[in-house]
Design a protein around this ligand. Structure first.
Ligand SMILES: Cc1cc2nc3c(=O)[nH]c(=O)nc-3n(C[C@H](O)[C@H](O)[C@H](O)COP(=O)(O)O)c2cc1C
Length: 184
């Protein structure tokens, strides 16, 4: 089945490690015939949730008028979400966290377009050694998927990469490409 895929990136480093993973995944997914969109949170104007509780009061999920409005339209249409980001202080960069915080509106009992049932993929990397460096990021992700009843299709977590492009020597780009290409 052809799917609508929304790739959400978190790094401000264009062509950096997580961005390369995102692009490899996109290449594979496009070759498999899926429709793919990329939303680069680090290059958009998105503020965090202000807890005003005016969600859906004007028919839209959130009243704040910034690039998140475009994001939410893409989000609602997507079948698969791909979160591609580097660890920043053990979780995601602030730019991406701002986008995620605004999902609060979809928890409202006034929500008009529930996000339940989506599938997602996680592509993460970090400088420190060992798989346990991803535990906080996984906890954040788990919180989202248990709340929205999302199903994880796959995860690629690459540790011990620091400098831009270091991921090329790890085999992760080939894996990310294959994850995109084999997505059903
Ligand atoms: C502000 C900041 C915080 C970081 N915090 C962590 C961290 O907590 N754990 C870790 O393993 N790496 C950390 N790193 C390193 C990045 O995760 C690593 O360099 C990654 O490969 C960068 O990916 P990118 O090229 O996609 O931006 C941090 C880097 C920055 C700039």
């Amino acid at each position: 089945m052809k799917k609508n895929v929304l790739v959400i990136t978190g790094s401000p480093r264009k062509g950096g490690n997580s961005d390369l993973m995102a692009d490899a995944f996109i290449k594979g997914a496009c070759e498999a015939g899926h429709s793919v969109d990329k939303f680069e949170t680090a290059f958009r104007q998105v503020t965090g949730c202000i807890a005003c509780e005016r969600c859906w009061s004007n028919g839209r999920a959130c009243v704040i008028d910034d690039d998140w409005q475009e994001f939410s339209e893409k989000l609602e249409k997507a079948d698969v979400l791909v979160f591609a980001y580097p660890l920043y202080w053990s979780t995601m960069p602030a730019q991406m966290k701002a986008v995620i915080d605004r999902l609060f509106s979809y928890c409202s009992d006034k929500c008009l377009h529930p996000l339940t049932g989506k599938e997602y993929v996680t592509l993460i990397c970090g400088e420190c050694e060992g798989d346990e460096i991803f535990s906080e990021a996984r906890a954040v992700q788990k919180g989202l998927d248990s709340y929205f009843e999302w199903k994880q299709l796959g995860e690629l977590a690459v540790h011990s990469v620091f400098k831009k492009g270091e991921i090329k020597r790890t085999g992760a780009l080939e894996k990310a490409y294959e994850m995109g290409r084999s997505m059903k």
